[in-house]
Design a protein around this ligand. Structure first.
Ligand code: UDP
Ligand code: MG
Length: 321
């Protein structure tokens, strides 16, 4: 049986405590795969961590010849770090895993099995989220459903970045070089044969989530503006709606003035209308601004990330035997 190639890509930002535990679990999964004719390795991307993550990663790499390390010049954010990792996968499929242990590495053989059945995008769909507050769960629930409504790109609900990409899906994804990277949408845009693997999302091994409320809010804005122009159209319809109402109201004022005379009155109504319209205009301007700002970032054509250090794996152990 020909041997398949797999690279597990793990992005880490301040995960020094979780990584050793995770590495042990990944290594066990890779050993299982090696017995099943898959040559696999791990690529850790240090996204400009400020704690001991890089030192810990060096120790991990020294102990396991299947481990490659990439360090970015600063913290570029999860999406850019993932792109950096995926860009370095030389052959075979790529599997993306969070560094905090929330995506169980024990499931990797299941992902590979589906890939071997011919699927290109095997993604983990969360059945349950352990150790996350109700607000995060509720907002995530609403967000995924809203995205599905707003966007023409198929974006499966409750699906994160835990997924396996076949070589051709990976090659396609690498062609998408936009700066504002909403990965869930990009995966969906690529298409090909997709299948979901339901799993229980575990609590973090250590530390706290890097995605607080504000970061999640910006993440949601990123998703909506990158994959839908519905807000722009909404501004048009709100404008049309208010114009229609204003017209009806104008007719009513004229008729009233004709039959009842025109006393100077109605200051409260006038203020309300002015303030309301001012608000609607500012919101519409803000929406345009969101898109314009992204267009500006895109036009600068900067690289998506910069590499500080690249330490390729010294060897794939199953190949040596
Ligand atoms: N992460 C990263 N760069 C960042 C923020 C996060 O590489 O700027 C990594 C982080 O180390 C983890 C993954 O992205 O492996 C998911 O982050 P986190 O667990 O904080 O998000 P959550 O699971 O709460 O959505
Ligand atoms: Mg997490």
């Amino acid at each position: 049986m020909p041997r398949d190639q797999l690279t597990v890509v793990v992005v880490a930002y301040n995960e020094a405590e979780a990584l050793p535990v995770l590495q042990a679990r990944i290594a066990a999964a890779l050993d299982t795969l090696a017995a099943d004719c898959v040559d696999s390795r791990v690529l850790y991307v240090d996204d400009g961590s400020r704690d001991r993550t890089w030192e810990v990663l060096r120790e991990i790499a020294a102990a396991d010849p299947r481990v490659s390390l990439l360090r970015l010049s600063r913290n570029f954010g999860k999406e850019a770090a993932l792109t950096a990792g995926l860009d370095l996968v030389e052959e075979g499929a790529a599997l993306i895993l969070d560094a905090d242990g929330q995506d169980p590495p024990e499931l990797i053989p299941q992902f590979v099995a589906r890939w071997r059945e011919g699927y290109d995008d095997v993604h983990g769909t969360r059945l349950q989220r352990e150790g996350e507050g109700w607000l995060k769960r509720a907002s995530a629930h609403v967000f995924y459903r809203l995205m599905q409504r707003l966007s023409k790109t198929p974006i499966p609900v409750d699906t994160g970045d835990f997924r396996l990409l076949s070589p051709r899906a990976l090659a396609a994804l690498r062609q998408l070089r936009e700066r504002h990277r909403f990965m869930k949408g990009l995966f969906g845009w690529v298409g090909y044969k997709r299948v979901a693997i339901p799993y229980l999302r575990e609590p973090r091994l250590a530390g706290a989530s890097k995605f607080g409320f504000w970061r999640l809010w910006n993440f949601a804005l990123e998703g909506i503006t990158s994959f839908s122009t519905a807000p722009l159209r909404l501004a048009t319809y709100v404008g049309l709606g208010t114009a229609a109402l204003a017209f009806v109201y104008a007719v009513w004022i004229v008729i009233k003035a004709l039959f009842l005379g025109d006393r100077v009155a109605g200051w409260p109504t006038m203020m309300t209308v002015i303030l309301f319209l001012g608000g609607v205009q500012l919101i519409a301007l803000g929406m345009i601004g969101e898109y314009l700002g992204r267009l500006y970032d895109e036009s600068k054509q900067r690289p998506l990330y910069l590499v500080d250090t690249w330490l390729p794996a010294t060897g794939v152990s199953s190949r040596q035997v």
